[in-house]
Design a protein around this ligand. Structure first.
Ligand SMILES: C[S@@+](CC[C@H](N)C(=O)[O-])C[C@H]1O[C@@H](n2cnc3c(N)ncnc32)[C@H](O)[C@@H]1O
Length: 207
């Protein structure tokens, strides 16, 4: 999937990967709060909780939210690009006694990762918004291929204004354009000082 990549695209992917690896090498990355956001808690607890099924987390970092899902009855696979993050996520799951399959791989190349699905829930906490634009169609196609009828994608992302670089960030219009066969059901602004959003997308209930 994705065809021939240009040298510039390869450079961009390598630069993003290096930057992410540096964050994990330097210790605890700034985003690693260790706290599950209320937007995900609302899907796992209380009156609006979903019936647990199969979940896939994209860009799971050190696994806080994958563990949360598993503790709430979900069968969870979680993927991250950075080996060091994956090791920490596995340790966190083991320490919590949570049954989570944590895999090192690229969320835009899921065919290479071994996550066949189908999944009822996809969760992405600021992974997609950092993915280079030329890989984003492949990300959407990978989820669409693995989505159970009526599947849900809960995604948190930074708006493009939040970044100095021209490749990062996500908008509602972009998701509508890229996720064919999905419906953007909700966009709720985040509470960060820069523009952030919680996006909820639903896959059609019939294929
Ligand atoms: C901003 S961090 C958020 C991590 C985690 N979701 C959290 O909130 O703690 C983005 C994560 O996505 C991962 N990531 C970025 N691009 C990825 C890709 N193409 N495939 C898989 N993981 C990716 C990074 O390694 C990093 O762990």
């Amino acid at each position: 999937m994705g065809g021939t990549r240009t040298a510039a695209e390869l450079d961009q992917e390598a630069a993003v990967r290096r930057a992410l690896e540096d964050f994990y090498r330097d210790g605890r990355p700034p985003w690693d709060s260790g706290v599950t956001p209320p937007e995900l808690v609302a899907l796992t607890e209380g009156p609006d909780a979903l019936a647990p099924g199969q979940a896939l987390e994209l860009g799971c970092g050190t696994g806080t939210n994958a563990v949360h899902l598993a503790r709430h009855g979900w069968r969870v696979a979680a993927v991250d690009l950075v080996e060091r993050a994956v090791r920490q996520a596995r340790e966190k799951a083991a320490a919590a006694g949570a049954d989570v399959t944590v895999l090192c791989g690229d969320a835009t190349r899921l065919d290479e990762v071994g996550v066949p699905g189908p999944y009822d829930l996809f969760f992405d906490l600021s992974c997609y918004c950092g993915i280079p634009p030329h890989r984003r169609d492949a990300y959407a196609a990978g989820l669409t291929k693995r989505a159970a009828p009526g599947a849900r994608l809960l995604m948190f992302g930074y708006g493009p204004e939040a970044f100095d670089d021209p490749i990062s960030g996500v908008t509602a219009d972009e998701l509508i354009a890229r996720f064919a066969g999905w419906r953007l059901a909700d966009v709720t602004p985040g509470t960060n000082p820069v523009p952030t959003f919680w996006f909820t997308l639903h896959r059609a209930a019939t294929a």
